[in-house]
Every structure is written in C-alpha cells, then in structure tokens.
Design a protein around this ligand. Structure first.
Ligand code: NZQ
Ligand code: ZN
Length: 397
C-alpha cells in the first residue's frame, strides 16, 4: 500500500426526507444563499421551491441561478459569481446533478475573487493562479453519479476552446452535503443509467491502474461496483424504488470521496479520454464512459491480466478452473460488456451522433495535454500514447 493523506471535512447527512434539515444546516453557513441549479428539473419537480421555503423558515434569504448546463461552462460560472456578488450572497448551494454541484464550487471561488474561473483551472498551461478564498458550499445531489457531493473537485468546460478540465482546491470541499435519495426518483432512465456507470468507473479505474497489495481498496471497489450492478436495474425498472435509489446515492458519494482509492492511487485514463469527448461533442459524461470503458478494458487487459482475473472471479463469479489467467481476464471484459448490454449501454459513437473520426486526433492531443502531466502518454497498465488513444476512439466507431 502507498502512503496517503485522507481528508474529507464534509458533513454528510444521508437519507430519504433529510432535505428537511437544510434550514438549520444553512444557518451555520450564512444568511443569504445563491442556489445554483440546472435549467429545468429542480424547478419542474418543485425542489427549488421546497428548498427556498425551508430556508425562509429559518430566516435565510435566497437568490436563484438556474442556468447551469450539463457539462457546466466557465462563462456561466463567471456570470453566476457576478450575480452572487451583486446580491451579497454569503454561501452557495449546489442543487442538482454533478453539473450544478460542480458549478457551485466554481461559483464559490469566483465570487470570492477567482475570476475568470478558467484561469484557475489546469488545462495544459503552467497554473499561476490558485484559489485563495471560497464562499462556504452546501451540496444537494438530485442525481446519483459524480460524487461531487463528497469531494473537492469540479469539472468545468470551456466551450470556446473545447476543453474540459478539473478545478480543485481543499477550499472547495462542501461544508455540508445533504444526500436525500428521494430527490433522485424523478431522474429519467437514461441519466439514471449514465450515473450508475459513472459510479462504477470511479471505483474500477483505480482498481485497474493503481498499486498492488491493496485488498481493502480493491474489495471496496468491487463492492461498490456490485452494489450498482444490483440496484441500477431496480431503479430503472421502478424509478420510485427508494431502497435502490438510496443504494445508488450512497455508492455515488463513497466512490469518489477518497475512501476507496486512498493507498492505492491510480490514474483515471478513461475519464481523461471521456472529458475530451464531451468537451468536443457535449455528450453525457456517463454515456461517454460507457462507450469507452469496454474498449479500454479490451485494449488493456493483456497488460495486467491478474487484476482483470480478480474482477472476473470476485465480481462476476467466474470459475477459473482449467483456464489460463489471460483467459479468465478476458472473461471480465466479456462480462462487463454483458452488463452494459443489459442496461442498454453497450453503445457505439454513432449512438451519440458521432459518425466520423475527424476529431480523434485533436481529442487525443487534448487528452494528453490536459491529463498526461507533461508526458507523451497517459498512465495505464498499457501506457496510452497518442496513437493508442486514437485507436481506442476508433474501436468505438
Ligand atoms: O439540467 P437539469 O434541468 O438540472 O437536468 C439534469 C440534466 O439534464 C437532469 N437531472 C438531474 N437531477 C434530476 C434530473 N432530472 C430529473 N430529476 C432529477 N432529480 O439530469 C441531466 C444530467 O445532469 P448533470 O448534472 O449534467 O449530470 P451528472 O450528475 O452526470 O454530472 C455530469 C458533470 O459532472 C462532471 C462531468 O464531467 C460532467 O460535467 N463530473 C464531476 C466529478 C466530480 N466533481 O467529482 C467527477 C465526474 O467524474 C465527472 O467528471
Ligand atoms: Zn465520472
């Protein structure tokens, strides 16, 4: 195991109905909130009104910013930060999926002077500006997916340059996250599935790429994956199944909280490639991951068969008797494809409306520039040079 620091200063309040506690929790953070949300769902399902009422009962004012797009943009974040400043908001509430929650983090920094927010994001240039201050943040996920409710990162897009990159600072940990699975029952089937796949990718990327001799971390990864594989079909079948929604919501928070990966580390090459894909084509993050995951597994398994073989045995229950390690490893890839097929996510680029390879080279360049730490390849059991990244995109055509 590697040495590590685990730091998660976020107070997490979990459970159906717990949104009721927002007023008392907010009182500790400030007097006037900027509620940051997406363009439709939180208002359409009455969540914005409910949150406003609960805040008002405790004498807390609120200003609404409801223009966050999926794959939130730096320019939108700057606009929202200006609104927070004009209105004297002293804390930020992110209410929505990962996009609204990530935007809330960016706004908390930008409203404290870090403007334009894009200057504070590493996207391949030497980073000279660091976040010095941020308003307190409360996150309220309405979609189980990214884990933004339990970490200090945010993924921001720049639509002028077609770049998507990570904003990070310990100052961006939410002070409080209220994870109320009831808020997720209106998530449509497609985004429920995309979210589940995102959660799985958050725990298995490090499983494939991280250190050896990390049984706690690896079993943690496989446990979260198993949980999502068990409950995702139930949530799709019955969107109001609160037990299934609860399992997914907790899986989301645990997956990227640092708890699973600490001591194992491991880069996230799949996420790096997906960010380039959604930066150019604005696709749903989880859907982009679903597209690339089986191709990356297929490409990589011969380079580290024992990890894939562990997955085959312990996650998919495959009997290794009479098979070579490489054969067992290949079965992990096949079973993952079966799972993706079962939830309608063994997809090709054409399913995302992408029918040619015209951007593969530039997406590979972007991936490497932003995520390779100034090297010519992405870390992966089989290192991914530009030609490998292009090839993986090509496998999905
Ligand atoms: O836009 P609205 O109207 O809010 O609707 C959203 C959106 O259309 C809808 N939705 C959310 N909650 C709902 C709901 N619809 C009905 N009922 C509800 N309760 O779902 C759609 C997708 O929402 P979005 O927030 O975009 O999805 P997701 O949670 O997957 O977030 C994706 C963003 O997070 C980043 C991604 O790159 C992407 O930009 N990530 C953030 C991470 C982090 N901070 O740790 C890590 C991840 O790996 C990821 O990169
Ligand atoms: Zn993700």
């Amino acid at each position: 195991m590697q040495n590590f620091t685990f730091f998660l200063p976020t107070k997490i309040i979990f459970g159906p109905g717990e949104i009721q506690k927002i007023g008392l929790e907010a009182k500790v953070l400030g007097e006037k909130a900027l509620i940051v949300t997406g363009k439709r769902s939180a208002a359409a399902y009455g969540i914005v009104n409910r949150v406003e009422d609960l805040l008002e009962k405790e004498g807390i004012g609120a200003v609404i910013f409801d223009k966050i797009e999926p794959n939130p943009r730096a320019s939108t974040i700057d606009d929202a930060a200006a609104l927070a400043e004009q209105n004297g908001c002293d804390f930020i509430i992110g209410l929505g999926g990962g996009s609204a929650m990530d935007a809330a983090k960016g706004i908390a920094a930008a409203a404290s002077g870090a403007k334009p927010i894009w200057d504070y994001i590493y996207h391949g240039q030497p980073l000279v500006k660091h976040i010095a201050r941020a308003l307190p943040i409360m996150e309220i996920p309405t979609l189980a997916a990214t884990g933004s409710e339990a970490n200090s990162g945010a993924v921001i897009s720049n639509w002028e340059t077609n770049e998507k990159a990570v904003l990070g600072s310990p100052l961006l940990f939410p002070r409080v996250s209220i994870i109320d699975p009831e808020l997720t029952i209106t998530v449509p089937k497609d985004y429920t599935i995309d979210g589940g796949i995102d959660i799985i990718c958050h725990v298995i990327e490090g499983f494939f790429t991280g250190a050896d001799n990390t049984p706690i971390q690896d079993r943690f990864s496989l446990s979260v994956t198993r949980t999502v594989m068990d409950y995702l079909p139930e949530a799709v079948e019955d969107p109001a199944d609160i037990e299934a929604r609860s399992q997914l919501s907790w899986s989301s928070a645990v997956a990227l909280s640092g708890m699973v990966g600490s001591g194992r580390g491991g880069p996230f090459p799949l996420h790096a490639m997906e960010h380039a894909l959604s930066a150019h084509y604005d696709v749903s993050h989880g859907r982009g991951l679903a597209l690339l995951l089986p191709r990356l597994m297929e490409y990589t398994y011969p380079a580290r068969p024992h990890k894939y073989a562990i997955m085959a045995r312990e996650l998919f229950g495959i009997d290794p008797e009479g098979k070579s390690e490489l054969e067992v490893a290949k079965l992990a890839v096949d079973w993952m494809i079966d799972f993706l097929q079962s939830v309608g996510r063994y997809i090709r680029l054409s399913d995302l409306g992408i029918n040619d390879d015209s951007k593969f080279e530039v997406m590979a360049d972007d991936t490497l520039r932003i995520y390779s730490r100034n090297r010519e390849f992405l870390d992966n059991p089989k290192p991914l040079y530009k030609r490998d990244i292009v090839e993986i995109f090509r496998m999905a055509l």
